[in-house]
Design a protein around this ligand. Structure first.
Ligand SMILES: C[S@@+](CC[C@H](N)C(=O)[O-])C[C@H]1O[C@@H](n2cnc3c(N)ncnc32)[C@H](O)[C@@H]1O
Length: 236
């Protein structure tokens, strides 16, 4: 019993999903160009991108279309996308190649661990979390990625003044996000908790379109990282 490793509660389950032949090729041929293989030490993002520019992180990019659109429209912003679902990673790799987008790097790993172990403090200007899995059943709420401990990690990675932009099509999750983020001392609300999507300045996502077809209401939540210092290493 004592030797049984504790099972982490993760915000995702690895779905088998169908990987197309093109996506398989992308994982072999394009990964060396756009993918980040995790080193033993925290990432040096200036080295990863070969320059120092404003940086955005998108967590759980799905098929990556929103990230590709954002990166294509903002060539002066360096974008890191994290996703655990390999077909989605393959899809984004192909989109980057097709559209000649150079300012994106991809990590295929649990974003919570990346925030914890691989991102240096205050290295990001923006974090996007668009339509994270809502885990609607009460017994699954513990799997929702937006929790106080997660926000502490995001706060550590964002520079003061940096933005956290979340969106969901599940109103009870939006309420949960607002409650938890309002209660986090490192974030200040920016522009209200329910920005109409048309004003939120982000591309529409695949999961969002699905939600809208089902008649779901979409909510965007914007928060700014304030300059309150993280109080102790335990907060990181
Ligand atoms: C509901 S989908 C939304 C995808 C996309 N953002 C969209 O709006 O179309 C949530 C995505 O987050 C990914 N995900 C969930 N937890 C994650 C984690 N801890 N690290 C990386 N990706 C995660 C899942 O694999 C899934 O693709």
């Amino acid at each position: 019993m004592g030797d049984t490793p504790r099972r982490e509660i993760r915000s995702f389950v690895r779905r088998a999903g169908r990987t197309t032949r093109a996506q398989t090729r992308a994982m072999t041929e394009l990964w060396p160009r756009f993918g980040i293989d995790l080193p033993d030490a925290p990432l040096d993002l200036d080295q990863v991108f070969g320059r120092h520019r404003p940086r955005l992180l998108e967590i759980g990019f799905g098929d990556g279309e929103a990230l590709a659109e954002f990166a294509g429209a903002h060539p002066e912003t360096d974008c890191i996308g994290i996703e655990v679902h390999e077909p989605g990673v393959g899809h984004l790799l192909l989109a980057l190649e097709d559209r000649g987008i150079e300012n994106v790097r991809i990590i295929c790993h649990d974003a919570v661990e990346i925030l914890d172990r691989w991102l240096p403090p205050a290295c990001l200007d923006q974090v996007h979390l668009f339509f994270p899995d809502p885990w609607p059943k009460k017994r699954h709420h513990k799997r929702r990625i937006v929790q106080p401990a997660f926000l502490d990690k995001v706060a550590r990675a964002l520079r003061p003044g940096g933005m956290l932009h979340m969106a969901t099509d599940w109103v009870p999750y939006a309420e949960h996000m607002a409650e938890v983020t309002d209660g986090c001392e490192w974030f200040d609300k920016d522009g209200g908790t329910a920005i109409p999507p048309a004003f939120a300045g982000r591309p529409q996502t695949k999961f969002e379109r699905r939600g809208m077809r089902l008649g779901h209401e979409v909510r965007d939540l914007l928060y700014r990282r304030n300059d309150a210092p993280l109080s102790s290493p335990a907060d990181c």
